[in-house]
Design a protein around this ligand. Structure first.
Ligand code: UDP
Length: 329
């Protein structure tokens, strides 16, 4: 039997491209399916590329027919909290309808192992509640709501057709491939660490901190950051979990340690040894005060280890990529 193929939607994006590298290293052929709206063809380095749109079911069917994947890793999505508040329809259409086409096609083509990128934004702003996989979900932005809807679709397709799935609820993702073959590159950039690095090297005047009056020790939001390489390692473990017949499961991917926006700024100053110009700005609509994983289920059940997910390493790897890597359309 030759190498097995895995269909990676969003394989030209930040997390998806790192997943393709991890899959290749694990002996699979990652087939990237991407519409290149937010992804980059330059990031497709580890296997074949199928340009297509999840909203066009014929594109999706073509990819399954052509490649006969043994599993799906579904990363493709719009993922900006702020944008989701301004244009919720975009999120419901792309994230929910696109995912529904993909899930339907997976069942029709008998590809019954499905790994899905969900988010801690499905939990919402639950002050004082330990966020584990059994916590209630009260998303406060359309991004989180759209991801929760896809989780619900997967549950129903499991019941009706036996679609086995692993749902990963990501906390915040940071860092880059230490070899800088792929990295984080959004246009426009909206994520904290790349924006801080832009401010460090003068690509923008300053980082604006979104809200300094939150009920946290320094007044800024707290997030739990995971190294993208650790994150994608969990996906390979999750896929193997399904291949071993262990059944559908939800896993948080976080470290259990929170960093405030100011703490991330301070650490970036240390790692880069340069000043970080900042402005104190207003809160961003849709932001939760604090999102920190309260679960280590991925560690105990999947055997996951988040050993690269310390802030210094994440910023070091992001900085290396920032200085060397770029994609062009
Ligand atoms: N943030 C900020 N300034 C920025 C971008 C982000 O203060 O220019 C804050 C944001 O409010 C949040 C944290 O940094 O508390 C992480 O935001 P990001 O957009 O990176 O990820 P999210 O948590 O929205 O998925």
């Amino acid at each position: 039997m030759g190498e097995q193929k895995v269909l990676v939607t969003g394989g030209a994006g930040y997390v998806g491209s790192h997943a393709c590298k991890a899959l290749k290293q694990a002996g699979f052929i990652p087939v990237t399916f991407d519409n290149l709206v937010t992804g980059w063809q330059d990031a497709v380095k580890f296997g074949p590329f199928e340009r297509g749109d999840l909203l066009n079911k014929a594109d999706v069917d073509r990819a399954f027919k052509e490649h006969a994947p043994v599993a799906v890793m579904h990363f493709a999505a719009l993922s900006q909290v702020g944008e989701s508040m301004q244009e919720p329809g975009l999120y419901w259409q792309n994230n929910v309808m696109g995912s529904l086409n993909l899930i339907q096609a997976a069942v029709e083509h008998d590809c019954m192992d499905f790994v899905f990128s969900s988010t801690c934004a499905t939990y919402g702003d639950q002050d004082g509640v330990v966020l584990d996989e059994d916590s209630a979900q009260y998303p406060i932005n359309a991004y989180g709501a759209s991801k929760r809807a896809v989780e619900n679709i997967l549950t129903d397709f499991q019941a009706a057709y036996g679609l086995n799935h692993v749902i990963f609820r990501y906390f915040n993702i940071a860092g880059a491939d230490p070899e800088a073959e792929v990295g984080e590159f959004h246009q426009p950039e909206t994520h904290l660490i790349p924006l801080i690095l832009d401010a460090v090297d003068g690509k923008r005047d300053a980082l604006t901190i979104f809200g300094t009056d939150y009920d946290t020790p320094d007044g800024t939001c707290i997030r739990d950051y995971v190294h993208v390489c650790d994150l994608v390692d969990a996906h390979v473990l999750g896929m193997n979990w399904l291949k071993d017949g262990k059944g559908s499961r939800i896993f948080n991917l976080g470290t259990g340690h929170g960093f405030s926006v100011r703490e991330v700024v301070d650490q970036t100053r240390h790692v880069t040894n340069r000043p970080v110009p900042i402005n104190n700005g207003d809160r961003r609509p849709g932001d939760c005060t604090k999102l920190v994983s309260g679960s280590l289920r991925a560690v105990s059940e999947l055997g996951w280890s988040a050993d690269k997910s310390n802030m210094k390493q994440m910023i070091t790897d992001a900085w290396r990529w920032h200085q060397s890597g770029t994609y062009t359309k």
